[in-house]
Design a protein around this ligand. Structure first.
Ligand SMILES: Cc1cc2nc3c(=O)[nH]c(=O)nc-3n(C[C@H](O)[C@H](O)[C@H](O)COP(=O)(O)O)c2cc1C
Length: 299
C-alpha cells in the first residue's frame, strides 16, 4: 500500500494538499484514516477514489464525513461530481487526454489534474509536456494541475510556465520518510534510472476489461523479474493470463505487490534520497521560486 494518514498529514501540514487513496481499503480503514488525518492536521486534505470499480458504500460513507476535497481518477466522473458538491466538497479529477478533460469540465469538476504518461501507477499515453498546455486550453477557466515527471523545483517551475496552477506528485513522495511503502520499494526508486520505470504493456491482457467510461490505462512500474519475464514472452500472455492475475492478486493481501509491480514514474531518476515530506516540499518550492525569479532574464 502506498497511502496512509501519516503521509497525508505530512503533505497537508507542509502546505500541500495531502491525499489519501482509498484503493483496496475497506470502509472501516478509510474512516479511521480520516479520523487520524483530522487529528493530525487542521489543513485541507483529499480523499481519492478510482472511478472504475468504485465502492459505492465507501464513497457514501466518505461523503457523509464532509471531506474538504474529493478526488477522482481513471474514468468518467459522471454523477459523482454533483454528489460530492452536494456535501460541500471541492472535486478534483485526474485525466490523461484533452477529451477526458473536456468531459470532466462539463461534469462540473472544480480542478482538473492533467496526468502525463511519465507518471507512476495507472496512467495514459500522452506526455506531461504535450498534455498540460492542451488541457489548459481545453478547459479554461477551470484550473489545471500537472502530474507526471515532477520531482523537484525545476519540474514545478516548468509546469507552472506551461499554464498549470500546481503539481500533483506521486513518485517523489512514495520515497519519503513518511510514506508507508516498503523500504525495498523506496530504495528501488532511489536507485532506479528513469528508463527502468516501464509501461507494463501486458496489464490489459491479464486484468478484467474496462467498463464503458473507464479510461484506457497501462501502469508504469519499476522493472522486476516478474515484469521482465512476461514482457519477454508476449505470445505466452494470453494462455497464462489467469495465472498471472492470480499471482498478482495473491501478493496484494500479503503486502508484497511491490515485489511484482512496484509502481513508480520516470521521475524516479530524479529521486536520490529518502527525505521527510516537509523537506521535499520546502526544497521544491524554494527551487521553483528561485527559477521563476530568474525567468524574466530568459526573455
Ligand atoms: C504507487 C502509486 C500509486 C498511485 N495511486 C493512485 C491512486 O490510487 N489514485 C490516483 O488518483 N492516482 C494514483 N497515482 C497517480 C498519482 O496520483 C500521480 O498522478 C502520479 O504519481 C504523478 O506522477 P509521478 O509519479 O511522476 O509523480 C499513483 C501513483 C503511484 C506512483
Amino acid at each position: 500500500m502506498a497511502s496512509s494518514a501519516r503521509l497525508t498529514i505530512a503533505a497537508s501540514a507542509a502546505g500541500a494538499l495531502g491525499s489519501l487513496s482509498t484503493t483496496q481499503m475497506p470502509v472501516e480503514r478509510v474512516l479511521s484514516e480520516v479520523v487520524a488525518i483530522r487529528a493530525g492536521t487542521d489543513r485541507p486534505f483529499a480523499i481519492n477514489f478510482l472511478v472504475p470499480g468504485l465502492n459505492r458504500e465507501l464513497f457514501d460513507a466518505v461523503l457523509a464525513q464532509r471531506i474538504p476535497v474529493i478526488s477522482l481518477a481513471l474514468g468518467d466522473p459522471g454523477e459523482l461530481v454533483k454528489q460530492a458538491h452536494e456535501v460541500g466538497s471541492v472535486v478534483v479529477h485526474q485525466v490523461t487526454t484533452t477529451a477526458q478533460a473536456s468531459e470532466a469540465a462539463e461534469r462540473g469538476v472544480d480542478v482538473i489534474i492533467a496526468q502525463g504518461a511519465e507518471s507512476g501507477g495507472l496512467g495514459g499515453f500522452v506526455s506531461t509536456m504535450a498534455l498540460v498546455p492542451q488541457v489548459v486550453d481545453a478547459v479554461r477557466p477551470v484550473p489545471v494541475v500537472a502530474a507526471g515527471g515532477i520531482a523537484d523545483g525545476r519540474g514545478l517551475a516548468a509546469l507552472l510556465l506551461l499554464g498549470a496552477e500546481g503539481a500533483n506528485i506521486g513518485t517523489r513522495f512514495l520515497a519519503s520518510l513518511e510514506s508507508p511503502a516498503a523500504d525495498a520499494w523506496k530504495h528501488a526508486i532511489v536507485q532506479a534510472p528513469s528508463e527502468d520505470a516501464v509501461k507494463v504493456d501486458f496489464w490489459g491482457a491479464v486484468m478484467p476489461p474496462p467498463a464503458p467510461g473507464d479510461y484506457p490505462i497501462v501502469p508504469r512500474s519499476l522493472r522486476t523479474p516478474f515484469i521482465d519475464r512476461w514482457t519477454e514472452r508476449p505470445d505466452a500472455i494470453a494462455q497464462n493470463a489467469d495465472a498471472i492475475r492470480d499471482e498478482l492478486f495473491a501478493a496484494l493481501p500479503a503486502g508484497r505487490v511491490h515485489e511484482y509491480v512496484p509502481f513508480a514514474g520516470q521521475s524516479a531518476g530524479l529521486v536520490r534520497e529518502i527525505l521527510p515530506v516537509e523537506r521535499i516540499i520546502r526544497d521544491m518550492v524554494a527551487e521553483a521560486e528561485e527559477l521563476l525569479r530568474r525567468a524574466p532574464a530568459l526573455a
